[in-house]
Design a protein around this ligand. Structure first.
Ligand code: F6P
Length: 319
């Protein structure tokens, strides 16, 4: 293998830049040429592809977003779009590709694999919803952004003796809600993987209120439904003044944490080494602090699971 490409796709996540840097620098270290593909699979189809040098990825390790830009590309879901992508890769003499993104990006990478093109994926999403890895790049940073927000909201919640519903991202996964709710000392955590009963939430809130608690925090994963609706239901059922904050896209930005930078660097370098040794159709990840690789189609066939022990613990500690 002489020349590889790298692209970022889907929702951006803090640490994608560190991953791109690791791919580019490791490739050059291993005496490969490396090309950046801009705007995800859209840029692959249109041929927005440029040679990367050591300096192309200077001064980005600490930056959020992705210097390669990102996109969600409908055309790449079609056979025609995929063929155009493979043609561009051939035209540029690219022999292997590293795709950094979430499950939609993995589906695109699996299609390239089925077309016989050597592709390795890295888990880049704040949602932490990719099977076969304990952590995705960007999750830790998003979590810290949410915790910062919860701590701030708690100050004003206490001053006004209010209940707050905080809606967080995660698409269909509850990891951001669960981890931030546990770390932020939330009274209740609502995640799509577990059913909830409003009367249990109300009991928990009234118990705290009767004990003299000055505020309550309920973290709701967006996959459960609208935080605004939940807040209305809580206020109606308890009579407590309730406010809602939807954190939205601030969760996707910001300088990546040290954890995300290190994770991205380790995974990015591993992907390059795997391409060199002829591996393809694999998704790299980290499990029990060991770098691992699973077949992309196997990863896609599994359902993401939350950590049940952590969910149980969150309930015990917020009694
Ligand atoms: O997958 C990352 C994510 O931020 C999800 O948490 C969220 O549901 C979605 O992307 C939002 O997508 P968009 O930026 O396209 O609105």
């Amino acid at each position: 293998m002489k020349r590889i490409g790298v692209l970022t796709s889907g929702g951006d996540s803090p640490g994608m830049n560190a991953a791109v840097r690791a791919v580019v620098r490791e490739a050059i270290y291993q005496e490969l040429e490396v090309y950046g593909i801009f705007h995800g699979y859209s840029g692959l189809i249109s041929g927005h592809i440029e040679k990367m040098e050591l300096g192309s990825v200077g001064d980005i390790i600490h930056r959020g977003g992705t210097m390669l830009y990102s996109a969600r590309c409908e055309e790449f879901k079609t056979l025609e779009g995929q063929k155009k992508g493979v043609e561009q890769l051939k035209k540029f003499g690219i022999e292997g590709l590293v795709v950094i993104g979430g499950d939609g990006s993995y589906r695109g990478a699996q299609k390239l694999t089925e077309h016989g093109f050597p592709t390795i994926t890295l888990p880049g999403t704040i949602d932490n919803d990719i099977p076969g890895t304990d952590f995705t790049i960007g999750f830790d940073t998003a979590l810290n952004t949410v915790i910062d927000a919860i701590d701030k909201i708690r100050d004003t919640a206490t001053s006004h003796e209010r209940t707050y519903v905080i809606e967080v991202m995660g698409r269909n996964a509850g990891d951001i809600a669960l981890w931030s709710g546990l770390a932020g000392g939330a009274e209740s955590i609502l995640i799509p993987e577990e059913d909830f009963q409003m009367d249990h939430i109300v009991k928990r809130l009234t118990r705290g209120h009767d004990r003299g608690k000055k505020h309550s925090i309920i973290v709701v994963a967006e996959g459960v439904g609208s935080g605004v609706d939940i807040a209305a239901q809580v206020q109606e059922a308890t009579g407590y003044e309730t406010r809602v904050t939807v954190l939205g896209h601030i969760q996707r930005g910001g300088s990546p944490t040290a954890f995300d930078r290190v994770l991205a660097s380790r995974l990015g370098a591993k992907a390059v080494r795997m391409l060199i040794t002829g591996e393809k159709g694999k998704a790299v990840g980290i499990q029990k602090n060991e770098l691992v690789a699973h077949k992309i189609d196997e990863v896609l066939s599994q359902r993401h699971k939350i950590d049940n022990d952590m969910y149980q613990l969150s309930k015990e500690l917020s009694i």
